[in-house]
Each structure stands twice: as structure tokens, then as C-alpha cells.
Ligand binder design. Sequence first.
Ligand code: AMP
Length: 218
Amino acid sequence: MNLILLGPPGCGKGTQAKRLQETHSIVQLSTGDMLRAEVGSGSDLGAQAKEIIEAGGLVSDDIIVSMISKRIDQEDCEAGFILDGFPRTMPQAEALDEMLDDKGLRIDHVLEIEVDDAAMVKRITGRYSCDDCGAGYHDEFKMPAVDGVCDECGGTAFTRRADDNEETVRERLAAYHDQTAPVAEYYRGKSNLTGVDGMAAIDEVTDKLNQIVGSDRG
Ligand code: AMP
């Protein structure tokens, strides 16, 4: 089963993609995570992407499309994948259609997490994660039981994303409305998009998503 998860920054795409990955044994493909790994590794691509990401802009379609195409060809994607953060522009959506045709694949469901913009700024600027296991926390909504200690692994080092500051978040939301909202319209027109209320509790959103993808396992 192959899925696309759409929604603005901070809507919970990453969290929900990880849950879908576990429940349905399919792989989360997050272009944001892939780019951050490139930045961390100090590659040429990472160096090019770093400034764009920190300004809240979008990395070029060509780079992203070829990155995703190579990733989908890897063996662990055979049982299916969840595209998280891709496609983000109409040229990416069109390139994805062509790529899937060439590979003999198709998207089974496009899921859109719908949220309120104003709430997103608060959600994003307060979030951070454990350096050791990646568990996510929030200054206000989800603090560790013991201050400064990860609930999951006991780690004591945490990181905030460089692009999770208010100014960059506003740029990222603007990029979403300008460039990614038309992508949602495109899939709505093809009648394979289903919207879910992302302002509901995290577990409720997960239940809704699982109902939509239903028994399409594997
Ligand atoms: P995310 O983790 O999805 O919020 O992505 C973080 C940043 O990576 C974005 O603000 C963009 O700068 C870049 N990025 C991630 N995915 C894409 C994409 N599909 N197209 C262009 N830029 C992307």
C-alpha cells in the first residue's frame, strides 16, 4: 500500500506517518528527514539545502524528485511507503505521477491533515526531540515526566530544529499555502484525497487515518 500524507508544517504528519509505518508495515519517506540527514552528513546536497531550509523556502524540484525516485527503488519500499512532505509543489506532483507510471506503482490513498494555521506556530516553535531515540516533546503540550530526561530512553540531550523558529515557520506556512495547497486540490480533483481533522487529539487522528486506509495492509 502506498500513501501520500499532506498537511502544513506542524500538523502532525511526521508523528502519524510513523504510526502508519508501524501498523501497516510500510516505510515512512520524509523528504525533510532525508534533507536533514544530508545537511548532517556535510554532503554537497546538504550544503545547498541548508540555507534554503533555514529560510523556510523549498529545495528545487529536481533534487527532491530524484532523491525520492532513488529511495522508492530500495528494497524496503516493496511492501509500500508513505510519502511525508512530498509532493510539495505541482511540478513534484506531476513528476511523481510519471515516476510511478514508469515503476508500475500507484498511490492508494492521499490523506490530508487539516489544521488551523495560528495553532501551528505555537505547536512548531515549542517542539523538540531526544537526540538518542528521536522521541518528540513540546514545551507546553508534552513535557517529559522528569524534566530534561527522555521518557523513552532516559537520554538527556535534546535538539530543536533550526527551522522551528517563528519567522521561519511563517515562511514555511506561506510556502505551504502558495505551493502545496494546489497539490491537495489536484488530488481532490482525482477523487482520491480524504481530509482528516488534525486539531483532534493525536490518537483520534490516528484512528481516523487507520479507518480510511482500513484493511489495505501490505
Ligand atoms: P519538513 O521536515 O517536511 O517540514 O521539511 C523541512 C524543510 O525541508 C522544508 O521547509 C523545505 O525547506 C525542505 N523540504 C522538505 N521536503 C521538501 C519538498 N518536497 N520540496 C522542497 N523542499 C522540501
